[in-house]
Design a protein around this ligand. Structure first.
Ligand code: ADP
Length: 480
């Protein structure tokens, strides 16, 4: 049939598409006799041309019956897709998803459009099967990893124990050196085994936190003791600052908090050759007996390119292959940290500049034991590094000077706030200049050394001297 012959273009296109359609199209009249069937219907139902003239009840016997007075059905005509059983000529059947519309013209025909749903059903079953298989595979994998790591841990601990014993007895310096190397190797191996075990548990959703009451500052001392030797051996400076607002005892999974800090500090130490490493902990929020702590691990190391930062928290990710060759590691640590932090209701992020250093920061929520509740203030939000500055009532301002507190509670804030930290992200020198000006205004009444500090900062900003700004800012932070 050629376009434009006798029939109108639209009509021809309509017939053409109906016949070519992949779905089954049947038109039946008010007596229930099929008057039109497209190729797909003729083929799928295996009637061929004989489909025209066949009663619709032959095709859908469960839903239609045809008598001399016409047909009867409970089927609700309309756009809604409904499942029907379609019978082939040989009386085998398959499920279709069909809609049957009442033709509005005088002839009063009905148009049935149906899709073979057996493929859909088959696919749904396949998806469920694949899902179950994947779950089973994950389970088998986690069990396998758990078994292997356990099997590995036993001999490693055996070697470690024996080495420790020999270390106590051995006198010869050469042998002692070898034994220390073995001890070091065993500890590293244990670290990797534990990481793999944690990772597989977290991946399988089988990881649970074990919260217990613990002494916060003792925990921080323990973390410090874990790293101080390595850091100072490298000639690096090490600072830790803990906000006095943090209660003495808290309830949380101490072991896992230590694990996160250990990982961040090991990395900081690993990737820093000169300068300093600092850990700071702040209380950022409190809702009843729940407290949010904010940890910062700062280093002046090799830094990370902006483009690589997103990759960091993904599993098995290291910035590049040369890093793993030079510094070792499995690339699991930060992913584990992220998952642990999220289990503790917080977030982890990184801010870094190539060759300048990195700041890894994370927040977690812990509980305050009942006997520690007295004297803790709810809902104080002071510090949000790299985010908007938030006032003590949680209001943010986009521009201008930030005012902290109302006239009524200023005294209370002064009493409770032992330290005030300003964290500013300066996109350009103009903004930095504005910031220095605001700081100058705010410190008009301040002691001389603070005013001098601000002046130094302002001059360094005006000269666009990054290093000096950084130093002046550090000095100011100490003065505040
Ligand atoms: P790994 O066990 O390999 O150290 P991590 O997940 O802890 O795994 O770290 C992944 C990668 O992130 C490191 O290999 C390194 O490329 C980068 N990285 C992590 N911390 C720092 C840091 N403080 N300074 C520079 N790069 C870092």
């Amino acid at each position: 049939m050629k376009l434009g012959e006798e029939r109108g273009k639209e009509e021809i296109q309509c017939c053409f598409s109906m016949d070519e359609a992949l779905e089954l199209v049947l038109i039946f009249d008010k007596n229930g006799n099929i008057v039109y069937a497209n190729s797909a219907a003729k083929q799928k139902l295996e009637y061929g041309d004989a489909l025209c003239g066949t009663p619709i009840s032959e095709i859908f016997p469960n839903s239609f019956s045809v008598t001399e007075n016409g047909f009867h059905t409970d089927y609700e005509f309309g756009e809604k897709l409904q499942d029907l059983m379609a019978y082939r000529k040989n009386r085998t059947c398959f499920c279709v998803e069909a809609k049957i519309l009442e033709d509005q013209n005088e002839e009063g025909n009905y148009v049935c459009m149906a899709n073979d749903a057996s493929k859909r059903d088959f696919l749904e079953k396949e998806i469920t099967k694949v899902e179950q298989e994947a779950k089973q595979a994950l389970k088998v994998k986690s069990e396998f990893v758990a078994n292997v790591t356990h099997e590995l841990r036993t001999p490693v601990n055996g070697i470690l124990g024996n080495t420790k014993e020999l270390l106590e007895k051995e006198q010869d310096e050469g042998n002692l050196k070898i034994l220390r190397l073995i001890e070091h190797g065993c500890k590293d191996m244990n670290g990797i085994i534990n990481n793999i075990l944690d990772f597989s548990k977290l991946e399988a959703g089988k990881f649970t936190l074990e919260p217990q009451k613990f002494h916060f500052r003792n925990m921080m001392d323990y973390v410090k003791a874990n790293h101080i030797n390595k850091i100072t051996e490298k000639g690096l400076e090490f600072f830790t600052t803990i906000s006095p607002e943090i209660p003495e005892y808290l309830i949380g999974d101490e072991l896992r908090i230590v694990q996160i800090l250990n990982n961040l500090l090991s990395n900081a130490c690993k990737f820093t050759a000169v300068g300093k490493i600092a850990v700071e902990v702040l209380k950022t929020s409190q809702v009843n007996n729940r407290i949010e702590l904010y940890f910062l691990v700062v280093d002046s190391g090799i830094g990370i390119e902006k483009a690589d930062m997103d990759k960091l928290f993904k599993s098995f990710s290291q910035v590049d292959a040369s890093i793993s060759r030079k510094y070792g590691g499995t690339g699991l640590g930060l992913n584990i940290c992220k998952q642990l932090v999220e289990l503790m209701g917080g977030n982890i992020s990184v801010d870094s500049e190539k060759n300048k250093g990195s700041v890894f920061s994370f927040s977690i929520w812990l509980e305050i034991p009942e006997d520690e509740m007295e004297g803790t203030a709810s809902n104080i939000n002071i510090h949000m590094p790299f985010g908007p500055i938030v006032d003590l009532h949680g209001n943010t301002e986009e521009t201008g000077v930030k005012k902290y507190g109302t006239a009524e509670n200023l005294q209370e804030i002064k009493n409770k706030m032992s330290k005030f930290i300003l964290s500013v992200e300066m996109e350009n020198w103009e903004k930095a200049e504005m910031f220095a000006d605001v700081l100058k205004q705010l410190t008009q009444e301040a002691p001389k050394e603070v005013k001098n500090g601000v002046l130094k900062l302002k001059m360094a900003v005006q000269k666009e001297d990054y290093e000096k700004v950084q130093t002046a800012y550090d000095v100011l932070q100490k003065l505040f």
